[in-house]
Design a binder for this molecule. Structure first.
Ligand code: MG
Length: 265
């Protein structure tokens, strides 16, 4: 979306801050012995008690007719994104876990046209469970850095190819694969809006970023080959070679001379 009023900006800030609070609590609960389903239940309860609506739940894609069953995506080790929480998946020491979450806030507020009035933010972080290997630390750190570098270079007039190049260059310099099949996206009124915000690109190409745009930037890096395979559950995307992946995401508002991270405490 492109924001149209100060009220919309305030709503996005409120949504993003609450979402960051929810994710902070989920991160604290993510430890060895906990199932991914328990984290999902916690996330859903916290979203609802903060006055929001879990926007991932029931989401459908063209890949598979089954709607997404959770409020949180929990992607462990070689799972890149969209890991479905289950009781069987128990986190253990040394795992790295991508936690991806989104919500509409305030929930169920209807405008006169019958469209939902609350606005949507989306974020993700990959964390280690207990002590993780140096190579796991390294892929998490480099992916987080690529997101931070991307956000720092945003301003009106910057092209999406410049942003993609910045993220890609950092990840590839560190020896990582950059996923091509998934990208960041516009967000705000709905979870996924135009434009595509790829994590790769050529400088000086692509649409220009404008003041007031709201976008989710989400680099996904792989230790090996960046090609993905879809699990038989219809959702979980894994690396094709079983190597690690990491994912970080923020929703940002493009300002007069930079970008404001909305999904932060
Ligand atoms: Mg996203």
């Amino acid at each position: 979306m492109t924001v149209a009023s100060e009220k919309e900006i305030e709503t996005l800030r409120g949504c993003g801050r609450r979402l960051a609070e929810v994710l902070a609590s989920v991160k604290q609960a993510a430890r060895s012995g906990v199932s991914t389903k328990e984290l999902d239940k916690l996330a859903e309860g916290l979203i609802l008690s903060s006055g929001g609506e879990p926007i991932f739940k029931g989401y459908k894609t063209k890949l598979d007719p089954r709607p997404y069953p959770g409020s949180l995506c929990v992607s462990v080790n070689d799972e890149v994104v969209h890991g479905i929480p289950t009781e069987k998946r128990i986190l253990k020491e040394g795992d790295i876990v991508g936690l991806d979450i989104g919500m509409r806030w305030p929930a169920f507020a209807k405008a006169s046209a019958g469209k939902p009035q609350g606005l949507v933010t989306d974020m993700a972080e990959t964390i280690g469970i207990g002590k993780v290997s140096p190579k796991a630390e390294k892929i998490m750190r480099a992916t987080k850095e690529s997101l931070e570098l991307g956000i720092r270079m945003l301003a009106p007039g910057v092209r999406l190819g410049d942003l993609g190049y910045t993220i890609q260059e950092h990840l590839e310099r560190n020896g990582y694969g950059v996923i091509r099949d998934l990208s960041g996206h516009g967000v705000g009124r709905e979870l996924h809006e135009d434009p595509f915000v790829p994590n790769f690109g050529k400088p000086g190409t692509g649409p220009k970023i404008r003041e007031g745009m709201v976008i989710a930037i989400e680099p996904m890096a792989t230790e090996g080959d960046w090609h993905l395979i879809l699990d038989k559950d219809g959702w979980t995307l894994k690396t094709s070679d079983g190597k690690l992946a990491a994912h970080f995401e923020h929703t940002v508002l493009i300002t007069k001379d930079g970008a404001e991270v909305l999904t932060q405490l």
